[in-house]
Design a protein around this ligand. Sequence first.
Ligand SMILES: NC(=O)c1ccc[n+]([C@@H]2O[C@H](COP(=O)([O-])OP(=O)(O)OC[C@H]3O[C@@H](n4cnc5c(N)ncnc54)[C@H](OP(=O)(O)O)[C@@H]3O)[C@@H](O)[C@H]2O)c1
Length: 308
Amino acid sequence: MRILITGATGFIGRHLVAALRAQHQIAVISRQRDKAERLFGEQIPALRLDDLPNLDGYDAIINLAGEPIADRRWSVRQKQRIANSRWRLTEALLQKLAASTRPPQIWLNASAIGFYGASNAAALDENSPVAGADFAHQICQHWEQLALQAADRGCRVCLLRLGIVLSPDGGVLQRLLPLYRLGLGSRLGSGQQWISWIAIDDVLAAIAFLLQQPSCQGPYNLTAPGAVQQQVFSQQLARALERPHWLQTPAWLLRLLLGERASLLLNGPAVQPQRLLAAGFTFAYPQLDRTLHHLLGGRPVSGRAELG
Ligand SMILES: NC(=O)c1ccc[n+]([C@@H]2O[C@H](COP(=O)([O-])OP(=O)(O)OC[C@H]3O[C@@H](n4cnc5c(N)ncnc54)[C@H](OP(=O)(O)O)[C@@H]3O)[C@@H](O)[C@H]2O)c1
């Protein structure tokens, strides 16, 4: 397949290019072409969005790009940046899709389990009602709505509702590791909120699976079946690193330090990957303890380099 990827220079995108490049022809859209060329070499064309008149010749689009959600305080301006980085790029891609005479047949679009709103529900799946229209929900909901417009142009659209993607070389886990190695792992608030996580290996395998399954479309939770409560996640991570676990960070302190963003840490439902399982996808890393062992003690994750 010829696959065009946005956000390829990011954490998930870098792993994805490494996983898909042996089997597919990849091109990436980046605001930082030099960085993309440094990362991927000359065989992977790095394009600016404006360089593309249309999407002719690509079989699939994988749209991952977006300003990081949790890196900065959610000022009005930052919220706008988070929204626009996803919505405007997707609108521009839709315009290029409309200008295509041989358009791609597949459109995989990132989203997040933030779609379901802030709750501590013990089991949610793709058919569950949304808990509330908070900021994370609004971002995901409108992003998904835009991506679904590609279906009107004949694309098979899959919405990737990603949980917390675990890998030692990016995302949340990379940030937690220095703290936990110092023995500063902590229960956050009540610790009862759920962490719906997924190993990077399974993210890559699920994307490869959705690319290849002609009957798959609509929303898919990319979360492992074994979601755990935050205090269990924290204890297991500390144990995997052979470090003590005794600290507790009160919810009020997180709210003071992080403002509205604290909701990302203090709320979380247990999100089940019902539609992926029903479609026949098998998780290589369904349970947290083995996953942490694999990620922190085993072979490097980017070694899974060939996915069809
Ligand atoms: N990682 C997770 O655990 C997780 C969980 C849920 C959802 N997601 C979603 O999955 C997608 C990929 O995640 P990731 O962790 O790989 O993200 P990431 O490392 O932050 O990378 C995202 C990429 O998006 C582009 N980007 C960043 N800021 C932008 C802006 N202001 N305007 C336009 N493009 C911008 C960048 O590519 P260029 O500079 O090359 O253009 C960047 O490399 C994101 O949309 C994220 O929200 C991730």
